[in-house]
Design a protein around this ligand. Structure first.
Ligand SMILES: Nc1ncnc2c1ncn2[C@@H]1O[C@H](COP(=O)(O)OP(=O)(O)O)[C@@H](O)[C@H]1O
Ligand SMILES: [Mg+2]
Length: 289
C-alpha cells in the first residue's frame, strides 16, 4: 500500500488549483485555452501546465491556441487528493480489476478498513477514435465519468442497509470509495448450494424493487459471492422502475440471473414466477417456500 500523501503529494498547491480549473472548464472546451486558466490562477500557468504535462496529468496542444486537457491520470489524481482531504482514504494499493469503463484499486480508509476505489472512465476508449472534426465531443468522457461515479455513489447510499451492496464511503470526481467485499464474482465461483444463492439474489432484486430501483446491468459478473450471501455491485446505470424502460430492464436483469443458474446448475425457474416474487405478487418471503 502506498500512502496517499506520497502518491499525490508531489503536486503542489498551484498545480492542484490548475487541475481543478482545467476540470471545471472541461464542460465547455475540449482543450481549455491557457488564457482562461490564467484568469483563475495566480502563478505562471505556462510553467505549471508544462510541469503537469511532464507528470502526464494533462495534455497540452497548440493548434489555433495554447490549450490543455485532463488525462485519466490527472482526473484520478484530482479525485484521490480530494478524497484524502475529505478523510475518506489514506492509502491506495494495486489494481484489482480493469473493466471496459473502470479501473478498480484496493486501498485503506482513514480508519484502516479495506476499501475499493473505483475510477470511472466512461467513453474514454471509444472517444479516442472520434475523428478530429468531431473533437468537440472528446472532452465529455471527463464529465461522463464524474456523472457515472456520482450516480453509483448515490445508488449505493440509497440501497445500503437494505440491500447487500458495498457500504459507500465517499465520492469525488470520477472515483467512488466503497467497502471491499470479501468474495468472488458469481461467474468465477462454483456454488455448493446454488438454490440458496439464487433465492438470495432474487431476494436482493426484490429489495431493490421495493425501493424503486432497477440495477440495469445485472448478471453473474456483477454479483459477488461472500461466505454466506450474495452482494450486488456495479450500479452506475441503475434507474427507477417507473422511468421509461424500467420494466424491461428489470425483466432482463432477472432473465440473465435465471439463465446463469439454469445453464451452470440446471435450476429451472420460470421468468414469470421469479418476476412475480420480485414484485411481491405471490406473498412469499422466499422463492422456494
Ligand atoms: N466493492 C467491491 N469489493 C470487492 N471487489 C469489487 C468491488 N467492486 C468491484 N470489485 C471487483 O472489480 C470488478 C469490476 O467492478 P465493477 O463495479 O463491476 O466495474 P465494471 O464496470 O468495470 O464492471 C468486479 O467484478 C469485482 O471483481
Ligand atoms: Mg461489472
Amino acid at each position: 500500500m502506498r500512502r496517499l500523501r506520497e502518491e499525490v503529494g508531489n503536486i503542489n498547491t498551484a498545480e492542484l488549483k490548475t487541475l481543478r480549473a482545467v476540470y471545471s472548464l472541461s464542460k465547455d472546451y475540449n482543450y481549455i485555452p491557457l488564457t482562461l486558466i490564467q484568469n483563475r490562477i495566480k502563478g505562471d500557468v505556462e510553467n505549471i501546465t508544462r510541469s503537469l504535462a511532464g507528470k502526464k496529468m494533462i495534455q497540452r496542444r497548440k493548434k489555433d491556441y495554447e490549450g490543455v486537457r485532463l488525462t485519466f491520470k490527472g482526473l484520478s489524481v484530482l479525485a484521490l487528493k480530494t478524497l484524502s482531504e475529505m478523510n475518506v482514504l489514506s492509502s491506495i494499493g494495486s489494481v484489482v480489476d480493469t473493466g471496459k469503463e473502470s479501473v478498480i484499486y484496493d486501498g485503506l480508509s482513514e480508519s484502516g478498513g479495506e476499501v475499493i476505489i473505483k475510477f470511472h472512465r466512461v467513453g474514454a476508449t471509444s472517444f479516442k477514435k472520434v475523428k478530429e472534426k468531431r473533437e468537440y465531443y472528446a472532452h465529455s468522457w471527463i464529465v461522463l465519468s464524474s456523472i457515472s461515479a456520482m450516480r453509483e455513489y448515490r445508488c449505493l447510499l440509497k440501497l445500503s442497509g437494505v440491500v447487500n451492496v458495498p457500504r459507500p464511503y465517499g465520492c469525488a470526481y470520477n472515483a467512488v470509495v466503497m467497502e471491499r467485499i470479501d468474495g468472488r464474482e458469481l461467474s468465477k465461483t462454483f456454488l455448493e448450494d446454488p438454490e440458496f444463492f439464487l433465492g438470495e439474489v432474487l431476494n436482493q432484486i426484490k429489495r431493490m424493487y421495493r425501493l424503486g430501483v432497477v440495477h440495469g446491468d445485472l448478471s453473474e459478473f456483477n454479483i459477488l459471492i461472500a461466505d454466506d450471501a450474495p452482494y450486488i455491485i456495479d450500479l452506475p446505470q441503475y434507474l427507477n422502475f417507473s422511468s421509461p424502460g424500467g420494466k424491461e430492464l428489470l425483466e432482463r436483469d432477472v432473465y440473465l440471473v435465471l439463465k446463469h443458474f439454469r445453464k451452470k446448475y440446471g435450476i429451472e425457474l420460470s421468468l414469470e414466477s421469479a418476476l412475480k416474487y420480485v414484485r411481491g405478487e405471490n406473498g412469499r418471503d422466499n422463492i422456494w417456500s
